[in-house]
Design a protein around this ligand. Structure first.
Ligand SMILES: [Zn+2]
Ligand SMILES: [Zn+2]
Length: 255
């Protein structure tokens, strides 16, 4: 049984065939998923999906790319929707220096506000990081995010950075890139990070694993991520599935 900890089934790319995508996931052994919403539209869609599917949960947050759009009302609304019994984390939140829609200072402020909210309501957080590792670590430390902990989603940093994140009470979640032939760093991370601190995800529809690279991703492919980790660690797929699912249930508080 597998747990895909980060999906965007709320993306328009699944408007036509979401039921088939979910059925394929179940057939591949993917029982649990967390649908991540990162603005009003995707959060509303995520809430709709979790009301229709038993083992699909949601995370709600504000994406750093759109930080400039977040109002105080939005933050208040995040707190309200976070009270839903199937909302299990806040995020994705963080910093994204690849796109320049939102200035860095605004991204940092919106990130800090969401960490403070998570601490107030005691929920784990899902971190999105693109080209901003040092600033992310600094803010997590300054805000004492270790009190709630959470997930470094689609982790692409080095094994040393992974260690710093573990020390901050975060799990490392690996996605499709760990399966790419030239992905030295994620493979090293898969080897170095103890299995009881690893999670798996697709981040679908993005970042499809090998051999689907460049195509639309979907939760059934998370099995390929698990197989790659099993290979790198020299253990069975069953063990990876069992431990990463237990880890995900623990961080999200699902029994
Ligand atoms: Zn992300
Ligand atoms: Zn995402």
């Amino acid at each position: 049984m597998l747990f895909d900890t980060h999906v965007h089934l709320n993306d328009d790319q699944y408007a036509e065939d979401m039921d088939e995508v979910i059925a394929r996931a179940k057939n591949a052994g993917v029982e649990y998923m967390v649908v991540v919403g990162f603005d009003r539209k995707t959060i509303e869609k995520a809430l709709e999906i979790i009301s229709e599917h038993d083992l699909i949960y949601a995370s709600v947050g504000w994406h750093p790319v759109d930080a400039i759009d977040m109002t105080e009302d939005d933050l208040q609304w995040l707190e309200e929707v976070a009270a839903h019994p199937k909302v299990v984390a806040l995020g994705e939140m963080g910093l994204d220096y690849h796109w320049d829609k939102s200035p860095k200072e605004i991204q940092k402020e919106v990130f800090r506000k969401q960490i403070r909210l998570a601490k107030r309501i005691n929920m784990p957080i899902i971190i999105h990081n693109r080209d901003a590792t040092q600033d992310i670590i600094q803010i997590l430390r300054e805000e004492h995010a270790e009190e709630v902990g959470g997930i470094m989603h689609c982790f692409s940093g080095s094994a040393e950075v992974a260690k710093q994140c573990l020390d901050l009470n975060f799990y490392i979640s690996l996605g499709g890139p760990v399966t790419f032939k030239n992905a030295k760093k994620p493979k090293e991370v898969a080897i170095q990070v103890p299995l009881d601190r690893l999670l798996i995800e697709t981040d679908c529809p993005y970042l499809a694993p090998h051999p689907y690279r460049g195509k639309r991703n979907e939760p059934s492919y998370v099995r390929l991520v698990a197989e790659q980790i099993a290979d790198l660690k020299g253990i069975s797929l069953e063990e990876v599935a069992q431990i990463t699912t237990a880890n995900a249930k623990k961080v999200f508080g699902i029994d």
